[in-house]
Design a protein. Structure first.
Length: 193
C-alpha cells in the first residue's frame, strides 16, 4: 500500500456510537479504564502492541499454537533465500494487545470472536454465553456488541459454539471482578473510543 494511503487511514476517526452516551457515567468509566485497561489498550499504554503470554491472558491458545518457532525458523530460511535477510520472524508467543479505538463496532470480542458483547467480556468466563449467533449487524446498545441471541440472530447469523476447538471463550479476566456499577460505567466510556 502507498504511504499516503497508510497516512490517510491512520488519521481516520472511528464512527461515533449510534446512540446517546451518558457523559457523567462515561467520565466515571474513564477513570476505571485508566486504572484497569489503559496499560494494554490505550494507544500509549506500555503493553500495546506486545504479545501477552498465553499463561497470563488465559484465552484459547489454538491460534497462537498454529505458528510455532519451528514454523518461523522455516520461513526465515525461505526469506533469506529470497533476499530478505533482515525479515526475522518469531513464533507466536501470545496475543497482541491492541488499542480499543472503535471497540463498540469490533464485536465479537477476543482474538477468535468468542464473546459477543463487552458486558459478556467483563463477566467471568463461566458466565459468558456458550452458544450464540454471529454475523448479525444489529448493534446491541446496552451490552455493546452485536445482537447475538433471539429469533432474529438465529435467522440471520451463524451458530458459534464455544465448546468447539479454537472457539474457547475463557481467559481475559481483566475487569471481571468489577462491580456491576463499575462495569456499566466502563462500558459507557468504551462507547466513546
Amino acid at each position: 500500500m502507498a504511504q499516503w494511503t497508510d497516512d490517510f487511514i491512520s488519521t481516520l476517526a472511528p464512527p461515533p456510537f449510534p446512540a446517546s452516551i451518558d457523559k457523567t457515567l462515561a467520565a466515571q468509566g474513564q477513570t476505571i479504564y485508566a486504572a484497569q485497561c489503559a496499560g494494554c489498550h490505550d494507544g500509549k499504554g506500555s503493553r500495546v502492541g506486545t504479545a501477552i503470554p498465553l499463561a497470563e491472558i488465559g484465552t484459547d491458545p489454538e491460534h497462537v499454537l498454529t505458528f510455532s518457532q519451528a514454523n518461523a525458523d522455516r520461513m526465515n530460511g525461505l526469506t533469506r533465500l529470497l533476499g530478505a535477510p533482515k525479515a526475522e520472524l518469531q513464533g507466536a508467543q501470545g496475543y497482541v494487545a491492541r488499542p480499543l479505538l472503535g471497540v463498540w463496532l469490533l464485536a465479537p470480542y477476543l482474538h477468535n470472536g468468542s464473546v459477543p458483547t463487552l458486558r459478556a467480556l467483563l463477566s467471568p468466563p463461566d458466565q459468558r454465553p456458550k452458544v450464540f449467533y454471529r454475523g448479525v449487524d444489529l448493534v446491541d446498545l446496552r451490552d455493546v456488541g452485536f445482537s447475538a441471541t433471539g429469533p432474529d440472530a438465529e435467522a440471520e447469523g451463524f451458530r458459534f459454539d464455544t465448546s468447539l476447538r479454537g472457539n474457547g471463550n475463557g481467559g481475559h479476566l481483566y475487569g471481571t471482578d468489577l462491580s456491576e456499577t463499575d462495569k456499566t460505567a466502563l462500558i459507557e466510556f468504551l462507547k466513546t473510543l
